[in-house]
Unconditional design. Structure first.
Length: 324
């Protein structure tokens, strides 16, 4: 059954320049049904919130709201607050610095007829230079679904989920501050009995970090988060690294060392540093969580949305909203 209202939820933090392109893309969607745009401010200081509040009323009457999610940093928290202040029965999440293709929302809505949650596709060529793509190629969501060793995962920046399913699992786990909230959300959703599908029709152009330092730090955080998700989901069947995989990773680090000629390593030095940062993060996270503790998912973990707010719809008198 088609949703009565679609809530597009966009967390943001100091994205004044790229968000303009995303706003234009969201207002140009070919989806003809009722929708609203909910922007969740995670503490911006660069004028992004002011820009969004000053947007003119869209010709189609789409409601635009800017809500305050600055009391706790993290995309998980901002998404939860955006969901709290939304009114739709289908919640669709996209990131502020990416760009949704014109058929993105209609693709998500169409696929949501068959699933409780739907992951769309990501492409990296549109927004990133060849140099940046050499640092970290964008893996397609189709590939991640086909090669999933456990349950498939959805990107937090391109996923739609029915409100009842979102509320039932408590939204995103806000204790994941930097990374890890996306697989945690997708896996808890499926372990709770809900379905997660994939549609190639809902495409978002994904923007990579164009700073070497930020990319390396990000991959280190991914490694730490992966160690945590393994510790928490291993009892549900998530496989760990085999001895062969560990040996291959060590060999990779040694043979692709940038001290060797690049003609031999055949690998960009920034990508090598990112891979090393990820392995180091995984090791650091594993040490933190040794010995592994019993997994609390999905029964006892409830995100802040359910625990503190009860997952209601937004109240009409919500003082944090701004209607365009």
């Amino acid at each position: 059954m088609p949703p009565q209202l679609v809530s597009v939820i966009v967390p943001f933090l100091n994205t004044r320049v790229p968000i303009e392109e995303q706003v234009r893309a969201l207002l140009a969607q070919d989806y003809a049904g009722p929708r609203e745009l909910v922007f969740a401010d995670n503490g911006s200081t660069d004028g992004t919130a002011e820009y969004l509040r000053d947007l003119p009323t869209p010709p189609d009457g789409t409601t635009i709201r800017v809500v305050d999610a600055s009391d706790q940093r993290g995309a998980a928290h901002a998404r939860n607050v955006g969901a709290l202040h939304s009114r739709g029965d289908l919640l669709v999440f996209v990131d502020a610095d990416d760009v949704a293709h014109p058929t993105w929302l209609s693709g998500i809505v169409a696929a949501a007829d068959n699933y409780d949650a739907v992951a769309g596709e990501l492409e990296g060529e549109s927004l990133n230079s060849p140099e940046v793509l050499a640092w970290r190629p964008v893996t397609t969501i189709r590939e991640s679904f086909e090669r999933a060793r456990f349950l498939p995962c959805a990107p937090g920046g391109n996923v739609g989920v029915r409100r009842d399913a979102f509320c039932a699992i408590g939204g995103f786990d806000e204790s994941y501050r930097i990374a890890g909230e996306e697989p945690d959300f997708a896996w808890r959703l499926q372990l709770a009995g809900y379905t997660l599908g994939y549609t190639p029709e809902a495409v978002v152009s994904y923007r990579l970090r164009d700073s070497r330092r930020k990319l390396v730090r990000r991959l280190h955080a991914f490694g730490i988060a992966e160690a945590r998700t393994y510790a928490e989901f291993r009892d549900y069947g998530l496989p760990g690294w085999t001895p062969l995989e560990i040996a291959m990773a060590a060999l990779y680090v040694i043979t692709r060392n940038p001290l060797l000629p690049q003609a031999v390593t055949k690998l960009d030095r920034t990508r090598w540093a990112s891979e090393v940062a990820f392995f180091a993060g995984r090791l650091r996270g594993t040490v933190r969580r040794w010995p592994p503790r019993p997994a609390p998912h999905p029964e006892s973990v409830r995100g802040r949305l359910r625990a503190q707010y009860g997952c209601p719809g937004a109240d009409e008198s919500d003082p944090t909203e701004r209607s365009a």
